[in-house]
Design a protein around this ligand. Sequence first.
Ligand code: GUN
Length: 299
Amino acid sequence: MGAEIISGTEMAREIRGEVAERVTAMRSADGKTPGLATVLVGSDPASSTYVRMKNRAAAEVGIRSRQVDLPESISHEELLGWVEGLNADPEVDGILVQLPLPDQIREDEILEAVHPAKDVDGFHPVNVGRLVSGSTDVLAPCTPRGIIELLMRSGHDPAGRHVVMVGRSNIVGKPMASLLLRRGRGGDATVTIAHSRTANLAEITRLGDILIVAVGRPGVVTADMVRPGAVVIDVGVNRVDDADSEKGYRLVGDVDFEGVRGVASAITPVPGGVGPMTIAMLLSNTVDAAQTGRGGDGE
Ligand code: GUN
């Protein structure tokens, strides 16, 4: 008995099509083209790949995109200056500073420097606060937004279900819980957050009708930790050595895919699950930011 494989690749293509239509409509209505600026500090291979993919996806839907490449050694003040320049640039509707940042940079100050109306990552404290307060008129983080779309569009509405979130990061775990708790579409769930210090993790994960895993370690969730029939969303992207692969590595998630697919009713693959959805929602947030000047993922 195999689980349904939820393809983020296909769903993301559908969403990118919807975003492209919004871009076209906007251009013909008021002659405006949405603009995205990505900021990459240093040359970490994974971050470079992600940023390149984000810019390419933006261009494909008609968003004007611009990548700012800055040296690993840049000072905190210089980076702040770049962010302020992008805040003031009328052609830039959305700003994304790729994380992580080097040690000399005070990450929280950089995230606070991005104007909340251009914060397409949804990491500014004003947007975080609005989201926690239950606002649907807010720029919300892309990965959790992508997961909500994955669940809704594959027929697994979280309303009234018990969702167990493993991971408490500011990028995934915490905003995921806030989105799931919101009233309305994609929300109304019962949410438990577990993390690296959770005692008896398997007892908690087995309670989940929906289990979302964002830990950053391969194979953390095994079949015995999953409730039979659960929907499993794997956010992890881990490089593991693989001599048979051309690159010398392959990508795996946080979930033991082969084991868990025998227990779950549905599961996302890695790659091709959550990853493409994250990028699609970034494009959606960019058009929201261009349209309203503040964003809004609500109805
Ligand atoms: N690094 C890992 N995930 C993300 C993300 O969603 N946004 C940014 N800016 N950096 C990241």
